[in-house]
Structure formats: structure tokens, C-alpha cells
Design a protein around this ligand. Structure first.
Ligand SMILES: O=P(O)(O)OC[C@H]1O[C@](O)(CO)[C@@H](O)[C@@H]1O
Length: 541
């Protein structure tokens, strides 16, 4: 692998692959050669520094890393999450073909379908008003209490699918900061509120603390007996949910083979289903499923998640770019960058291989971003003229939902395309100077100002185009990025499905709580931590 990467570096140096601008000038067909489609879904990677030799090299890399074998092992239900000894089967949750999927010799599909049916019944009941609060009133507000994968997916997707939202209002409480739940409870009438406690493990301190606060809110206002009508839960730990006091008929299970950050397709999607209805939720699963079928069968040069992963690896390990920007030109995807942060960084922010050895490559990059056009007026300065190169990943719908405001959508499209064009083309010193002198600036001043107005160009970007942001398109987009993370993880030879890196901070927080509460001394902690505790205790009222 290392040798193949070195050879790719050499190829990138000696060919003119890295001069994207020149590659466009030399080849009028570059777009059609380096873009691919899945129905209405278009993936353009022509504005990346690739050519056929680079892509062949990446293909060889994928073969050497046995990416396709690893992919098949995932779909088959092999124990690929080796540190937790689990299969990885979020794909079974959207297996609309209903093909048997075996875990320990048992087909999981009947259980998957049974939970989906139960979710549908519950969602219908809440939406229609047949499932009421304890005082007989219809539920108007649903509050999801969860964090990480038990929050980000439903939050992101609910915002994304706002035009399809015809169920009760949704709220999301995740942070242990009391401000989050307090600000939410202020908006609610307890008689018409339903809380969904969403936690795979049902031990996460933030979620359990917020759930206890919500429980007290209902019990205080409506009496202890009302709690049952105002709570539901989503978890793999059904015994712990029962201990919390939520009736089994309002508990929706999933399985240890669904990672938290891959769980939007499971019962964790219940709030989304309540918002948009079970039919639309089904379309969302359909979208994910079409990408699974595509990922499993398309040849590398037509396989969008495979190409996306290979180009991601190329940017990180051949060209050495440390981050990637997710730039949806779709305001309703405003939380998509945050969602991808967890998906990508919790999956591939690792330093040990599957053989428990130090990794030989730079693993997952920093993932960040904001929707356009807002980002243009904030951080795009650095994207265009900063000293780091940040590959940009643009996404845009051909059609907005606001037909009557088509001109605004056209403006959005123009901005999206202009940004990728500007990143690629840039502006030379001569062009900058000519512009200034054309406006009447004298030569000496133009010489001084022009360097500030140079854009080096040759900055890579990818663009996704879809017809319209609907449940199907969103399902596709998420599944696509899930598989990209898989491909990159396979190339890094790491386990993308555990998250031990979040444990140490959790352990230390548990140890620090009695110190912060003033019940234990800070002795044994470093002087900075002890000093900060002392300052906070002194200032606390
Ligand atoms: O659903 P749970 O078990 O409450 O976990 C929430 C989140 O916490 C994490 O384990 C990280 O701390 C994530 O992987 C997960 O999505």
C-alpha cells in the first residue's frame, strides 16, 4: 500500500494532473470524462486534480486494500467491528429488497420489519391524535432527548425535510447544559407534549440527565401516573428502558449491529417519521437502499461512493490536505456538515490498524462546513486565498421547493457554480493587474495592489447535483457519505465502527464530578485542572 501511495505521489508530480486549470484547457470533454450519474443524481469530480493514470492508481490501491471484499463482508454481516465483536448492518435497516441478512445464522429482516411496522403504528397514532396525552389532548409537540447519533441524524433530517413536515412540532434536546432543556420546556404545554428518550445504550449521562428532568416536568405538572402517556423510548437496552418506567408498548428497539452514527435508519428515526409520516420515511429508506445496491454492484469508475472515498484518500494522503469542507447550497441541509462531522470523524479519526499496529497513513481529515451562500461571507476567503488547500464538496438541487421564488434558486445555483469555478480557475497576477489598470489605476499602484487580488486557483472541489431535496434524495446523500467513510476506512485499514476515543473524557468527567461538587479534593489532578476547579468553585453562587 505504502509503495502504491508513493507511486501515486510521483504520478501526481510528473504528470500535469495537479494543474486542474490546464487540464480543463487541454480537454473540452473533461466534465463528461470525470463525472458520473445515478439517475438524476450527478457527481462531478472533474474539478479535482485527477486524470486516468491517477484514477488507475487509486483503483490499484482499492484492490490492494481489498475494499470490495471488505464491502461484501459488511453487507454479509461478518463481524467487521472487531473491537466490539459486532457485525455492521445499518444497510439491513433499509434493505427494501428484503433479502435475508444473517447474523449468527439468524435472518434479522423479520425483526427489522416488525420494528418498522411498530414505529409506523406509533407515528400514525401521534400524528392522527389517536394516541393522546394523559388528559386526553392531542400531542402537538414531540421532544427527542438524545445526543450524538441519537440526535444529529433526526435533527439534520427533520430540518432537511421541512417541506414534508406535516406532523406535530419537533424539538431536540441533546446538551447536558441545563439551558438546552430549560429553553425547550418553556415552549411546551405538558398536556400536549411527548418525550422520546433516544439512547442506544440508555446510559449516556447527558440523555439520562435530560430525561430525568423531563420526567420531573411531566410528573410535577400532571402527576406521576401521567408519565406513561408522555414518554416513549428508542434503545437497544430494553431492560434499562423498563427500569426507567416506560411501557414496553412504547419502546422501539434496535440492535448492537447498528452504530450510533449510522442509526438514523433505525427506530432512532422515529421523530422524523412522526414529522413526515411513514410513507415519506419509507422513501427515505428507499433512497439509502438504492445507494447500497449501486455501491455493491457498480464498477469503480461509475461507483459514486467508491470514487468519493478514493478521491478523499487521494486528497488526504497523496496531496496532503488536512481537512475537507462540506458546502451544501441548500439551507435545509444546514446541519448536514455537523452530521457528517460525527459520521466521518468518529468513524475514521483513528490511529491503530485492524492488526492493532500504528496506522501508516494520515486517517480521517477534519470535516467542517456551512451552507452556501452564508459561508461565502464568512470563511471562503481562506478557501480562495489561504495557505492551506481545502477540498470543497458542493451540493445543490436543480429545483427548490419554492416554485414562486425560482429566481432566488437561480441565484443560489449561480453562486454555487461560481465558487467551484473560481476555486479552480483563480486569477493570475497579470489578470489582476489588467483589471486594475482597466479601471484607471496607475501602474505603480496596480503593481502594489494586484498581488492581493491574485487567486492561485487549482483548488479542488466536488459537486453533487440532485433534482430536489426530498426524502429519497436525502436518503441517497446520507448513504453515499456513509459508504465513502467505509471506503476510506478500508483504505486506512482501520475499524471505522468503534469510538474508543470518546471514552477517556467521559471517565475523567465522572471522576471530576465530586470534585466540582466540592465533595472531594482536587488532589491528584494536574495543577491546571485543580486551579480551574478552585476558580469555578470560588465564583459559584
Ligand atoms: O445512543 P447513545 O448510547 O446514548 O450514545 C450517543 C452517542 O455517544 C457516542 O457513543 C459517543 O460518546 C456516540 O457514538 C453515540 O452516537
Amino acid at each position: 500500500m505504502k509503495a502504491l501511495v508513493e507511486s501515486l505521489k510521483a504520478t501526481a508530480r510528473v504528470t500535469d494532473a495537479t494543474d486542474i486549470r490546464a487540464a480543463f484547457a487541454a480537454d473540452p470533454n473533461r466534465f463528461s470524462r470525470f463525472s458520473t450519474r445515478l439517475d438524476d443524481f450527478l457527481f462531478d469530480y472533474s474539478k479535482c486534480a485527477v486524470n486516468d493514470r491517477i484514477l488507475d492508481g487509486l483503483d490499484a490501491l482499492a484492490k490492494a486494500a481489498r475494499v470490495e471484499d471488505k464491502r461484501d463482508a459488511m453487507f454479509r454481516g461478518d463481524i467487521i467491528n472487531i473491537t466490539e465483536e459486532r457485525a455492521v448492518l445499518h444497510t439491513a435497516l433499509r434493505n427494501r429488497a428484503n433479502r435475508p441478512v444473517l447474523v449468527d445464522g439468524k435472518d434479522v429482516m423479520p425483526d427489522v420489519n416488525a420494528v418498522l411496522t411498530a414505529m409506523g403504528g406509533f407515528a400514525d397514532g401521534v400524528r392522527s391524535g389517536s394516541l393522546k396525552g394523559a388528559t386526553g389532548r392531542k400531542i402537538t409537540d414531540v421532544v427527542n432527548i438524545g445526543i450524538g447519533g441519537s440526535d444529529l441524524g433526526p435533527v439534520m433530517a427533520t430540518l432537511a425535510l421541512a417541506p414534508f413536515h406535516d406532523g406535530p412540532r419537533l424539538h431536540f434536546v441533546s446538551n447536558v447544559d441545563a439551558a438546552h432543556i430549560a429553553d425547550t420546556l418553556k415552549l411546551l404545554d405538558p398536556e400536549t407534549s411527548l418525550f422520546i428518550v433516544a439512547s442506544k445504550t440508555f446510559t449516556t449521562i447527558e440523555t439520562m440527565t435530560n430525561a430525568a428532568t423531563a420526567r420531573a416536568f411531566i410528573a410535577d405538572k400532571l402527576g406521576e401516573a401521567a408519565v406513561g402517556n408522555h414518554f416513549a423510548a428508542v434503545s437497544t437496552a430494553l431492560d434499562k428502558v423498563a427500569a426507567f418506567g416506560i411501557d414496553a408498548s412504547r419502546v422501539f428497539g434496535f440492535w448492537d449491529w447498528v452504530g450510533g452514527r449510522y442509526s438514523i435508519w433505525s427506530a432512532i428515526g422515529l421523530p422524523l417519521m412522526i414529522a413526515i409520516g411513514k410513507e415519506n420515511f419509507g422513501r427515505f429508506l428507499d433512497g439509502g437502499h438504492t445507494i447500497d445496491e449501486h455501491f455493491r454492484s457498480a464498477p469503480v469508475r461509475e461507483n459514486i461512493p467508491m470514487l468519493l472515498g478514493l478521491i478523499g484518500f487521494y486528497h488526504r494522503n497523496v496531496l496532503g490536505y488536512p481537512s475537507r469542507a462540506i458546502l451544501p447550497y441548500d439551507q435545509r441541509l444546514s446541519r448536514f456538515p455537523a452530521y457528517l462531522q460525527q459520521l466521518d470523524m468518529e468513524s475514521n479519526g483513528k490511529a491503530v490498524t485492524l492488526d492493532s499496529a500504528p496506522v501508516e497513513f494520515a486517517t480521517g481529515p477534519v470535516v467542517w462546513g456551512e451552507p452556501g451562500t452564508n459561508g461565502q461571507h464568512a470563511f471562503y476567503q481562506l478557501l480562495h486565498q489561504g495557505t492551506d488547500i481545502v477540498p470543497a464538496e458542493f451540493m445543490i438541487a436543480a429545483n427548490g421547493h419554492e416554485k414562486e421564488l425560482r429566481h432566488q434558486h437561480e441565484l443560489l445555483i449561480a453562486n454555487c457554480l461560481a465558487q467551484s469555478e473560481a476555486l479552480m480557475k483563480g486569477r493570475t497576477l497579470a489578470e489582476a493587474k489588467a483589471q486594475l489598470t482597466a479601471k484607471g489605476m496607475d501602474e505603480a499602484k496596480a503593481d502594489r495592489i494586484a498581488p492581493h487580488r491574485v487567486f492561485t486557483g487549482n483548488r479542488p472541489s466536488l459537486t453533487f447535483v440532485y433534482d430536489q431535496l426530498d426524502p429519497f434524495a436525502l436518503g441517497r446523500l446520507i448513504a453515499l457519505y456513509e459508504h465513502r467513510v467505509f471506503v476510506e476506512g478500508a483504505l486506512f485499514n482501520i475499524n471505522s465502527f468503534d469510538q474508543w476515543g470518546v471514552e477517556l473524557g467521559k471517565e475523567l468527567a465522572t471522576g471530576l464530578l465530586p470534585v466540582v461538587e466540592g465533595e472531594e479534593s482536587a488532589e491528584g489532578h494536574d495543577s491546571s485542572t485543580a486551579g480551574l476547579v478552585a476558580a469555578l468553585l470560588k465564583a459559584s453562587r
